[in-house]
Design a protein around this ligand. Structure first.
Ligand code: UDP
Length: 309
């Protein structure tokens, strides 16, 4: 089995490469290192079954050797990154997805699109089921990511319907774990770095907005199960334990065992007020639900951050 992971040098992509290598597969990782990092590959760079190709998948790719699966994870994913890289984000979601679908068609490969809870925008219903169509501002600062992923879902379904391509769409909710960039800009990396530098934690707005946080190993389990299921409609993968940002700070305080001072900053434009996956479909279809409690996942992530700071 030979698997192509685009964005394989990124946070989630590198965990996928590692899992597939552990499962005995050959892995080809393609990444232009715009937000990915070669250091994420160091644990398995020496493996004879692993190959890294530096390439921007927004540009066409041809591969001589056969490919069985393509998992398309290339994209900036942090709000700070896609605000900084709006055109690259749109291109990789649109042109990059088109190129990878074409490659999957040419090789008769199974294709998985890494989609996102951002397709639901600032949701008006909670928790979010896959049938919900979302509430997205197409021209706001998050529109470049949200609309790119919505387009990516649409073209993936079109290749499935028109060409009979064997496709999967995973809608990934907030995920955290080792190898997130220290400068990622998202909540958990920001707060872990702030804690380790003895700086106050930045809470945006009043901190009453909600998110739910899934440990990366749980997410990878869900994705592997989805590849093996015959289901082309989108599936939410995330942790359904919803908490406010202030609740999250309280959990982190328990993990580090000392008080954590907080400073408030303005809420970014279009920051979703709530986000929580309905994972009934993943439970019934894949027999999947997350196992790793937030406190345990935060311990593991904090240790990784300590070793890199
Ligand atoms: N947030 C925060 N402080 C930070 C970074 C983020 O309070 O230093 C908030 C942000 O406003 C949002 C939530 O945490 O409501 C999650 O933000 P993140 O950037 O992790 O990703 P999002 O879930 O918005 O895509």
């Amino acid at each position: 089995m030979r698997i192509l992971v685009t964005g394989g040098a990124g946070f989630i992509g590198s965990h996928l490469c590692e899992r597939f290598l552990k499962n005995g597969c050959d892995v080809l990782c393609m990444d232009n290192l715009l937000t990915g990092d070669r250091a994420n590959l160091s644990p398995f760079l020496g493996s004879a079954r692993f190959k890294f190709v530096e390439h921007d998948v927004s540009k066409p790719v041809a591969l001589d050797d056969g490919i069985d699966w393509i998992l398309h994870f290339a994209s900036p994913a942090s709000p700070a990154d896609y605000a900084r890289l709006p055109i690259q984000t749109l291109k990789v979601g649109a042109l990059g997805t088109h190129n990878m679908l074409g490659l999957a068609k040419a090789h008769g490969a199974k294709f998985l699109l890494a989609s996102t809870s951002e397709v639901y925008g600032d949701p008006l219903v909670t928790p979010q089921k896959e049938e919900y169509w979302g509430n997205v501002n197409p021209i706001g600062p998050r529109g470049v990511y949200d609309e790119a992923k919505r387009f990516a879902e649409a073209i993936t379904m079109a290749y499935h319907r028109v060409h009979g391509l064997d496709t999967r769409i995973v809608r990934i909710f907030n995920t955290y774990g080792p190898r997130m960039k220290l400068s990622d800009g998202r909540l958990i990396p920001n707060m872990l770095v702030q804690h380790l530098r003895n700086e106050p934690l930045t809470v945006f707005g009043d901190g009453k907005q909600t998110r739910s946080f899934c440990y990366v190993e749980d997410l990878v389990d869900g994705i592997v199960r989805l590849m093996d299921a015959r289901h082309s409609d989108p599936v939410n993968i995330g942790n359904p334990e919803e908490r406010t940002i202030l609740d999250f700070v309280a959990v982190l305080r328990d993990v580090v065992g000392r008080p954590l001072p907080v400073t408030h900053k303005p809420l970014p434009q279009d920051d979703p007020k709530c986000r929580c996956p309905d994972i009934s479909k993943a439970r019934t279809l894949l027999g999947w639900s997350p196992r790793i409690p937030l406190k345990d996942g935060l311990h593991l992530t904090l240790n990784d951050f300590k070793s890199r700071l």
